[in-house]
Design a binder for this molecule. Sequence first.
Ligand SMILES: Nc1ncnc2c1ncn2[C@@H]1O[C@H](COP(=O)(O)OP(=O)(O)O)[C@@H](O)[C@H]1O
Ligand SMILES: C=C(OP(=O)(O)O)C(=O)O
Ligand SMILES: [K+]
Ligand SMILES: [Mg+2]
Length: 580
Amino acid sequence: MTPSITSQSLRLSSSFSIAALQPHTFSKIPLPKSHLRVSRQAPLFKPILAVQSNVLLPDASKTATFQPSNAPNLTAVNTEAMEVDRATEVELKENGSRSKRRTKIVCTIGPRTCGFDELEALAVGGMNVARINMCHGTHEWNRKVIEHVRRLNEERGFAIAIMMDTQGSEIHMGDLGGATSSKAEDGEIWTFTVRSFGSNCPERTISVNYDGFAEDIKVGDELLVDGGMVRFVVTEKIGPDVICCCTDPGLLLPRANLTFWRNGSLVQEHNAMLPTISSKDWLDIDYGIAEGVDFIAVSFVKSAEVIKHLKSYIASRSPASNIAVIAKIESIDSLKNLNEIILASDGAMVARGDLGAQVPLEQVPSIQEKIVQLCRQLNKPVIVASQLLESMIEYPIPTRAEVADVSELVRQQADALMLSGESAMGQFPDKALAVLRSVSLRIEKWCREGKQHATFEPPPISSSVSAGIPGEICNGAAKIANKLKASALFVYTKTGQMASLLSRSRPDCPIFAFAPTSSVRRRLNLQWGLVPFCLNFSDDMESNLNQTFSLLKARGLIKSGDLIIVVSDMLQSIQVINVP
Ligand SMILES: Nc1ncnc2c1ncn2[C@@H]1O[C@H](COP(=O)(O)OP(=O)(O)O)[C@@H](O)[C@H]1O
Ligand SMILES: C=C(OP(=O)(O)O)C(=O)O
Ligand SMILES: [K+]
Ligand SMILES: [Mg+2]
């Protein structure tokens, strides 16, 4: 399986089919002088002289597409061929493209950030994925958010993906009759009940969403709000009412999660009874499919079956859709079936909020690292979520410990970091985003500088995932890019698979991923190191490269002499090219 370099084109040895290599790709263009340093058979990438027939027609309404201002012959380059957004462009130019941020950022959208201007600020600040949590907000409310994000993508060239997160069958409190919070004091008696009250909630009474609540819980059990932010002990049961005494005082927030513990262990009976995807969740999923969301994150996944079921449901409801399913790892059950769940999914989320309410907190960091590594082995993107910058809900700067936590996640090379309350309802959403951005940039640079390539190998791809020839090509391309200190890797990918495999190798340079549709582009925006572009490319790599070089040069994102390593899912080859 050892690839061999022939000229600037690395082809796999003859044991593989190289029929896909079209001879004319490399033969019909004369040899440029600038390429002599690298190879004697290099193709020339001369400027395009006519609009390519494969590219999209110009549309004046798009403001963020490439407009090559310095091109002497404007008709020579199709100006509508590729989309890029200001935020990416600025990041690429800020400190040179090699310093582009690799770690992606997911922002939960809530009352603080649901307006167009606030969403625009997040987009400009570097948000890659907007998450809507179906625990909160009506379909109408969420539709507005989706519309705003769509508008930003269309008008400003952003590739912000929408992630819909299901409520799942968790047990949680009601909405406190409209109050923003309620304080429980030490020793106070509170009633938890399955009755519902609307806005006339009696004092010190909390409604619970799970009908079996009063049957399942026993006198002496501990009731934990939000994993222990407030704690009660059950003193008495009277019909549907459970009388509790507060033992750890604190602030009760609307719809806070509830868990109960008996003799120091989590009581799991109720979990087994509840379906992972509730009837409400199915209605939300129908809504998500109809709205064309990019990701559906499934809460409290217990097994791979539910993921497979959902994927086939999506495929039957909307065969053309490209919705990826993310498994949220946040329960003891999911830890038991981790491998199969992640294999069945299109990605995973380490949902530390609920996870930390189900396993002892001191186990969360090692579980997190294990999941991050497993996802890398199985070639699935991984998001780490919850309390990254929790103090920034109230304060304009994070704690030192929070910065250390974020740094550690960046060092582990998770694909994406997620903001929850910090962006949904905190006072400083833009500042929190800026902290994730700057810590990512700093730590990524530090890791690159300290890394010894001689010993660097990505974790082996699991035998349960067959990456085959594309996997070898991508590993090889990443290694070459590191050794030659390339400016960028280019990947032309129809489904996104080759881009994912390159991202898995976590190379030192950014990966410019060219995808033919906006939906593949948005989906790639979750993955580490990928700078996704929408480009209507052809099977003729030479013309694709001509077109891409012209457009990127015109925009100042690459320049003559830059060393680029190119792979595509149309050819089994790696090309090493100096930008002409
Ligand atoms: N759509 C929304 N409407 C109102 N509040 C929201 C919304 N989304 C998130 N929030 C607020 O932000 C907090 C943090 O968000 P998140 O972590 O997604 O939810 P939860 O705390 O329910 O798991 C929520 O507890 C809630 O107070
Ligand atoms: C991300 C999480 O899920 P949610 O915010 O939906 O509870 C979590 O529990 O950490
Ligand atoms: K949720
Ligand atoms: Mg959760």
